[in-house]
Design a protein around this ligand. Sequence first.
Ligand SMILES: Cc1cc2nc3c(=O)[nH]c(=O)nc-3n(C[C@H](O)[C@H](O)[C@H](O)COP(=O)(O)OP(=O)(O)OC[C@H]3O[C@@H](n4cnc5c(N)ncnc54)[C@H](O)[C@@H]3O)c2cc1C
Length: 371
Amino acid sequence: MFRAAFRQFLDKEVVPHAEEWERAGITDREMYLKAGVAGFLGFNAPEEHGGSGVDDFRYNQVTAEEIQLAGVNAAATGIGLHNDVCLPYFLHAATEDQKARWLPGICAGTSITAIAMTEPGIGSDLAGMATTAIRDGDHYVVNGSKTFITNGIHADLVVTAVKTDPGQRHKGMSLLVLERGMEGFERGRNLDKIGMHAQDTAELFFTDVQVPVENLLGEEGQGFTWLVRNLPQERLNIAMAAVAAARAAFGWTLEYCKERTAFGQPIGSFQNSRFRLAEMATEIEIGQTFVDRCVMALNAGELTAEEAAMAKWWATDLQGRVVDAGVQLHGGYGYMEEYPIARAFADARVTRIYGGTNEIMKEIIGRSLGV
Ligand SMILES: Cc1cc2nc3c(=O)[nH]c(=O)nc-3n(C[C@H](O)[C@H](O)[C@H](O)COP(=O)(O)OP(=O)(O)OC[C@H]3O[C@@H](n4cnc5c(N)ncnc54)[C@H](O)[C@@H]3O)c2cc1C
């Protein structure tokens, strides 16, 4: 029922606008308000704060899958980021006062969230970040900048990784919530990407922003610990979406292979096409099985950083292979924007990069092997 209801929401409120939002380079904020009213935002949050009290990541998985199958990846990715990636910081690192302040808006869609770690000078090497937050009485003074921030234009609440002790690496990191309208908090360009056009991705600039100490998430110096705690869930979100994106691409390709003819026969009937489709179908099932296992492990509180890293790199690599083969099997039409496989191809490239690059995922796994 949840799957059908969410798909109905996408078909009514997102699919009809997706093209227009792709051209505009951003979705309409209204989408979040409508998702909030329909109960699709912050459903993991407690009921007293506007959520549904759902503590089962399979619901998040259903939303990730339906977004891909509806072909509205870029338009609706912000919902996944809001629910799966940002919300955990507000659920687990926030005090009761902070929850009462922020969760109702997050669940209603009036407060859109983002998480800002990456800076122009650093991405993979997070502990090398340069944005500082220096305590001055009852507030922090924040200076620095962030880049590539998903929901960066729309975001009202930005979980921002800062250095409260610039002399330290990991131990000097803290998380501050920067709010829309704070003086000295400016947004840069909505970045021009090769795919994911409807998803706003922006630079953020901080010049002497006075952030009240009440906006500190978790304890000072514990920022890196919170990131380590929550990043496996972020990576699983990417993996779930990647397998679903591969499944959607496979479906479009299979259909095309049945319809398109060459040399008097459907192109799917050539042995090369049939074998390629068979490989895709097999790999998707294998990927799905592992991702499903990781979702159950997350629900049980047992998902390790290494398993999440395995899921992230393998599922996104799979997505890359499937969309590439899908374009090839579509021939020239696969290169045309009007075919969903073309957009899926352009959108897919980033999943091997964001959420920690696939090389960093292999570092995490490799280190655990003692090598
Ligand atoms: C569309 C998009 C959305 C994004 N959304 C967000 C967001 O919402 N919030 C956020 O904070 N960030 C976001 N990012 C940033 C993303 O997480 C980073 O781009 C990514 O972590 C890589 O960092 P980097 O770009 O600085 O690359 P670098 O760290 O400079 O890496 C460059 C290359 O070097 C390799 N490399 C680096 N270190 C090692 C190593 N130790 N071993 C092996 N290889 C290595 C990398 O794998 C990569 O191939 C987004 C990026 C994009 C493109």
